[in-house]
Write a protein that binds this ligand. Structure first.
Ligand SMILES: [Zn+2]
Ligand SMILES: [Zn+2]
Length: 233
């Protein structure tokens, strides 16, 4: 199993996953040149791109990826919002199941401020959950091996930043409605069967409202699993 986080923050989200046979891009929120550079100057190993939603930090390269002849999966609302066209564009709805190469994919609805999908990717022996930009997770999963999940902020840091005047109330409530807190992630992990989990990746940390080392430590202590945080830009 190969997981390459090309970017994961409010500035851009793009992740490459491969079971060794089929490579997928999860979101494409970087300039396409940067995606190519991150993949050793080629998109040839990418069988498809799965897009969670229309926000630019996830969708920036959508048109370029489609132009490059790569199958592109997104919800009808996302396709409409971005004005995506062409035979490479495949519209998918929550609870749709489809296959890309060796991967079996289940799309499900996330909880964000625009229509957003999460993805469950299965290719024996792997079962990968990808959920970013979601206030919480509506579903439980069995037998996950890799969890790639947004962990944007923690409540105490958010409250402190607000009390100290670094954060406007309006922005605070938007963050809380649309992104997952450390506290919510803890509850989500407790609600799921983690017996087969090999790796947990914490993604999309807020620049001002998170603490990468602490989040990693807390989730490692809670789960007993290897935890990684994307710390780049
Ligand atoms: Zn985002
Ligand atoms: Zn978003």
């Amino acid at each position: 199993m190969e997981i390459k986080i090309l970017a994961s923050s409010s500035k851009g989200n793009c992740i490459y996953v491969s079971d060794g046979r089929t490579g997928l891009l999860l979101d494409c929120g970087l300039p396409v040149q940067e995606i190519k550079r991150g993949l050793n100057f080629g998109l040839s190993q990418v069988a498809a791109c799965l897009l969670t939603h229309s926000h630019n930090d996830h969708a920036k390269a959508a048109k370029d990826i489609i132009k490059a002849g790569i199958d592109f999966y997104a919800s009808p609302a996302t396709v409409g919002a971005l004005g995506l066209v062409g035979h490479r564009v495949k519209t998918i709805k929550p609870m749709d199941r489809f296959e890309v190469g060796m991967w079996r994919v289940l799309a499900f609805d996330a909880v964000h401020d625009v229509e957003t999908l999460g993805f469950l990717l299965s290719s024996t022996p792997y079962k990968v959950l990808y959920l970013v930009d979601s206030a919480y997770c509506k579903y439980r999963f069995r037998g996950l091996t890799h969890i790639l999940v947004g962990c944007n902020y923690s409540l105490d840091i958010l409250r402190r930043n607000m009390a100290e005047g670094f954060l406007l109330a309006e922005l605070k409530s938007r963050i809380m409605r649309a992104h997952m807190s450390l506290e919510t992630l803890r509850e989500m992990l407790k609600a799921n069967d983690l017996s087969r989990v090999e790796e947990i990746w914490l993604l999309h940390l807020s620049e001002g409202n998170s603490d990468a080392e602490r989040f990693k430590r807390e989730i490692r202590e809670l789960t007993g699993k290897p935890v990684y945080v994307f710390a780049g830009e």
